[in-house]
Design a protein around this ligand. Sequence first.
Ligand code: UDP
Length: 344
Amino acid sequence: MNNVLVTGGAGYIGSHAAKALARAGYCPVTVDNLCTGHADAVKWGPLHRHDIRDGAALDGLFATYRPIAVMHFAALSTVGESATSPLAYYDNNVAGTIALLEAMRRAGCVHIVFSSTCATYGIPEQVPITEEMPQAPINPYGRSKLMIEQILRDCDTAYGLRSASLRYFNAAGADPDGEIGENHDPETHLIPIALQAALGLRPRLEIFGRDYPTPDGTCIRDYIHVTDLAQAHVLALELLLAGGETRALNLGSGTGFSVLEIVSEVARITGRRVPHVFGPRREGDPARLVAGDGRARDELGWRPQFSAIDRQIGDAMRWIDRASSAAGTGTHGGEQPGTTPTRI
Ligand code: UDP
């Protein structure tokens, strides 16, 4: 019996975790409503198209597969959208998790690895951010994830549910074998947008703000390769299955890069200009988010292997190139469309 129920297993991080689970000898059973996920990203186990708020459907999956644990990725995850549609976020994320936890209780499943976020810290007092620092999220997305962390701790006290809440910093990159990658619609993340601009797949990148209190005036983030994130999930799962206690861990590289540094790296790696313009700050963007990553290394024995920034950008570039070739949009040849590109 080595089935693991993976909610949101058709999404970006969930699909990479499913691959890591399969490599480690588990069978990932994906449940995903496909509202943002992609069926063709589910390659390492069965896919069931259900919403996690459908308790009867979950009961059926627990009865059929008797999973030893759950990895819970299913969620809405766009910060800006959460500010305009908070009820959808609390319903999908919080109510969805409660429905999942109720089904786990009915089935007697007591281990869960939860996809949390550094957005639960809000605007940090200092960086690097360690797990003990106050959590004060500044948008409904971050608040929904913090509520879930709190619910998980209460369920440990009340029902003995053991959880690992993994607070991701900026997930980036794509499967090193090229089997899966990032596929958001619309894409909102910096690295794929900068790559698309460099490769002529969009006119330009807009850089949100150049007056932050950072050396070059642009925001600093901690980028972590999605395959390293996926591996941390497997390690957390195995720690829980071995009797480990409930915990929360940051998952980041411990190194920060500014937006302009990423643009520069994208230009170097693609060998092309990254057409860009400067725009106003984006609502709710802290100047710096960098992980204190010691606890995940100590407690999980986690050693990120793919998180050098050039590796993350290179794997993302190969995925975008492959996806655009398959779609017939192509990234090679011809002039890049452009505004007034700035050579970085
Ligand atoms: N960013 C940007 N232009 C974009 C997308 C992102 O300047 O089109 C900036 C954003 O303000 C942030 C950083 O890039 O400082 C990373 O943003 P992303 O959306 O990738 O991840 P987040 O930090 O929001 O999780």
